[in-house]
Design a protein around this ligand. Structure first.
Ligand code: C5P
Length: 236
């Protein structure tokens, strides 16, 4: 299967990692048409931000609901149905076989795409070991990616470092979405496996999630435009 061409601007996903709906709306206003794809995660969702999914979709934007679901199968499937009804484009679940299977059932024939989180990009081998895992990051990412593909999951969240090897495993049938992206010179924060936007695209990422370098910039719109320009250049 050949790669699908996505417009460079639509490949940047800005997470609305902000404390309130008012703060999120202010940021959306500042970013204007520089950003077409937003991510809503724990912080905003639990601060009353889920109705923003419908609002943003109504305004022509796409939304990635980064809710990282993981529960018994029936609960996951019913939760996914509800998120599909909101009009979100992507929804994350943790890459456990039962959870992924239930999520695929829940999304059914809707337009929602399920993304499996392989291993959080803030984790290294030591963190996995401390959590009781036998495998290191690269082996666990690979095993979970293979399971996700077999179970009919639509895409993977992975670090940019893993994108190239995952592309070889899953081909172009799955969307690869990579957080852990930092323009040259930006602070890494708690991310341990980072790459620049251009390198992440060259490595095979379809979508880049870039948060703090945009949200904390003096001029968020200019920061987003610079990332879009870097994506456009890397994609040609
Ligand atoms: O600010 P920063 O660019 O580090 O934000 C990255 C975003 O991507 C955060 O919203 C974080 O929750 C999310 N994310 C991540 N690693 C994953 C999955 C999601 O950093 N494996």
């Amino acid at each position: 299967m050949q790669p699908v061409t996505i417009a460079p601007r639509d490949r940047l996903i800005v997470p609305l990692d902000l404390p309130s709906v008012a703060a999120a709306e202010a940021m959306i206003g500042r970013l204007g048409d520089s950003v077409t794809f937003y991510k809503i995660g724990y912080q905003l969702a639990y601060a009353g931000g889920l109705p923003l999914v419908r609002q943003l979709v109504g305004a022509g934007k796409k939304v990635f609901a980064d809710l990282k679901l993981h529960d018994i199968g029936n609960t996951v499937a019913r939760g996914v149905e509800s998120v599909a009804a909101l009009g979100a484009t992507f929804l994350t679940v943790h890459a456990y076989p039962q959870t992924m299977k239930a999520a695929v059932v829940g999304r059914g024939g809707s337009d929602l795409k399920i993304l499996a989180v392989t291993v959080l990009t803030s984790y290294d081998d030591g963190d996995l070991h401390a959590a009781g895992y036998r495998l290191g990051v690269s082996d666990l990412v690979e095993a979970r990616a293979q399971q996700a593909q077999v179970l009919g999951v639509d895409g993977l969240v992975c670090s940019p470092e893993e994108a190239a090897s995952l592309r070889k495993i899953v081909g172009h049938q799955m969307n690869l979405v990579t957080p852990g992206v930092r323009p040259a010179g930006a602070a890494a924060g708690d991310q341990k496996r980072i790459m620049t936007p251009a390198r992440a695209i060259a490595a095979g990422a379809d979508y880049l999630v870039v948060g703090r370098p945009v949200l904390e910039a003096a001029d968020p719109r200019a920061a987003a435009e610079a990332i879009v320009a870097e994506i456009a250049q890397a994609a040609t």
